[in-house]
Ligand binder design. Structure first.
Ligand SMILES: Nc1ncnc2c1ncn2[C@@H]1O[C@H](COP(=O)(O)OP(=O)(O)O)[C@@H](O)[C@H]1O
Ligand SMILES: [Mg+2]
Length: 243
């Protein structure tokens, strides 16, 4: 099976005046459709840089990134934006909800870019809020909800319209332990149900339990890749060995 996402020798250097920060040194990784991949590393290890690069929010200094056959590193701003709107959902640590919009409006807004009419958008938003356990919360504004509820709205927004790939950057970073479990179970159940691919980055080791593949990252380098044993993974491993 071909990987869905292929990251090849990606390097990212940030320049600040005369100073160079090597955020990613030389990172290569394959991710398969339906995988839940967890990047684990301390603050400053390059997790967000990796995620932003694969999501096309930033360009690598060197290296290649393919999603399917599409060379993400080569696309111009306009093409990458269209690709993202169609194929990618993003969950943020700080929720990034628009404060003047209701929960339902926050969820339905990005669907405008997928060319859906208002009726369809509203229906999908309602279903997405229902899927994250927020029936009856559609008219609330972010300030009228708890952190956990706001992140559920963030999840509904990312999942609405079932994009192929979900990225999550410290999705539980602002939540307590119990809410972290609730939110992680919710994300994983939804992603599995719709056979989506999830890449999440975190400094929280407990999150690794939810993943099929755990990638540890330190100072911009991948230290280890641990694949949990599932029949699928064993098959893929054998195929890789045959090549
Ligand atoms: N826009 C930027 N300009 C300069 N340095 C940056 C920028 N973004 C990130 N960095 C640096 O790159 C390194 C990796 O950052 P980041 O990917 O945000 O780490 P993490 O998400 O693991 O905390 C850090 O040293 C950080 O300070
Ligand atoms: Mg980060």
């Amino acid at each position: 099976m071909e990987p869905l996402i292929r990251v090849k020798n990606v390097r990212k250097i940030y320049r600040m005046g005369d100073e160079k920060v090597v955020a990613l040194s030389n990172v290569s990784l394959d991710i398969y459709k339906g995988e839940i991949v967890c990047f684990l590393g301390t603050s400053g290890s390059g997790k967000s840089t990796f995620l932003n690069m694969v999501a096309g929010l930033e360009k690598p200094t060197r290296g290649e990134i393919y999603i399917g056959k599409i060379p993400i590193h080569k696309l111009n701003e306009e093409k990458i934006t269209l690709f993202r709107q169609k194929n990618i959902g993003f969950i943020f640590q700080a929720y990034h909800l628009l404060p003047m919009l209701t929960a339902a409006e926050n969820v339905s807004l990005p669907l405008i870019f997928r060319g859906m009419d208002k009726k369809k958008r509203n229906k999908i938003a309602e279903e997405a809020l229902e899927a994250v356990g927020l029936i009856g919360y559609g008219n609330r504004r972010p300030t009228q909800m708890s952190g956990g509820q706001q992140q559920r709205v963030g999840i509904a927004r990312a999942l609405a319209g079932t994009p192929k790939i979900i990225f999550a950057d410290e999705p539980t970073g602002n939540l307590d332990t119990n809410t972290t479990k609730e939110v992680m179970n919710l994300i994983v159940n939804q992603v599995r149900k719709h056979k989506q691919t999830l890449i999440l980055v975190t400094h929280d080791r407990s999150i690794a339990n939810y993943a099929d593949k755990v990638v540890t990252i330190q100072d911009g380098n991948i230290l280890s890749v641990t694949v949990k044993n599932s029949i699928d993974e064993e098959e893929k491993g054998e195929k890789r060995n045959e090549q």
